[in-house]
Design a protein around this ligand. Sequence first.
Ligand code: ADP
Length: 277
Amino acid sequence: MHICGPDIFLQEYINVKNRRIVVKVGTSTLTNELGNSNLYTMERLAMALADVQNMGNEVILVSSGAIAVGANKMHLTERPQSVRMKQAAAAVGQCENMFLYDKFFGYYNKTVAQILLNAEDIAQEVKKENLTNTFNALLEQKIIPIVNENDSVSYTEIESKDRLFGDNDMLSAVVAVLCQADLLIILSDIDGFYDKDPRLYKDAKLIGRIETIDESVYELAGGAGSRRGTGGMRTKLGAADLCAAQGIDTIVTNGKDPSVLYRIMQGEKVGTLFVGK
Ligand code: ADP
């Protein structure tokens, strides 16, 4: 394992001008404890991403939260358990999320587009090519694609314990690779990757930079994450691993305050940087 503390860091490694940047935001950032949309965060996120694009970058947003938001809108008292209800909630929540994104990005004169994906869409060569073309066409037009799993269609994604896309962490990496992005930013409910789960250990220390993701790094990540998030750090490591192999840097940091994106653009040391090979 090659790791070093948060002091030795970032700007030497990433150049955040004229870059293609994928930003992933998790359910725990987009919703509050009651499962309601976190409007403050969503609006700040839209503003920050609009600015990141205005700085000359291309931006793709990978956004979770459809099931939680849908369940809330359907007045379900607890998170749906059956596949059919999860898929119904995803359909309702996706609509609500896109409505809010369209509105918030619209304030900043940005056009957004919805792309819903399943694992199979990337496994098939023809579909993969179609998708890449769609992304490129949207980005050329300065449109911000907003990507999510197609939960209402994909039985396996919702049901499987070993979800390939793990609450969109892996999906964001797959999209970053597909679009040949330069940087993946995973916004989580935690400041970055620690030497142990900080929710369980008060003395956990933030790791500033990781060069190689091997088994010893995976051992530092606990199981599935927070109540509303489902991926946990393992799936974020998997995502960073996939990107690193393709030369894409990944930053995992806290999305509670989306202005963290400005700090990243200025080359400030935030969260954990997983260095692309
Ligand atoms: P999100 O929905 O924001 O993506 P998740 O709940 O899926 O968040 O994952 C983040 C959670 O992973 C943290 O809240 C933390 O409890 C857990 N975790 C486990 N191991 C670690 C670790 N080594 N460093 C940081 N967080 C960890």
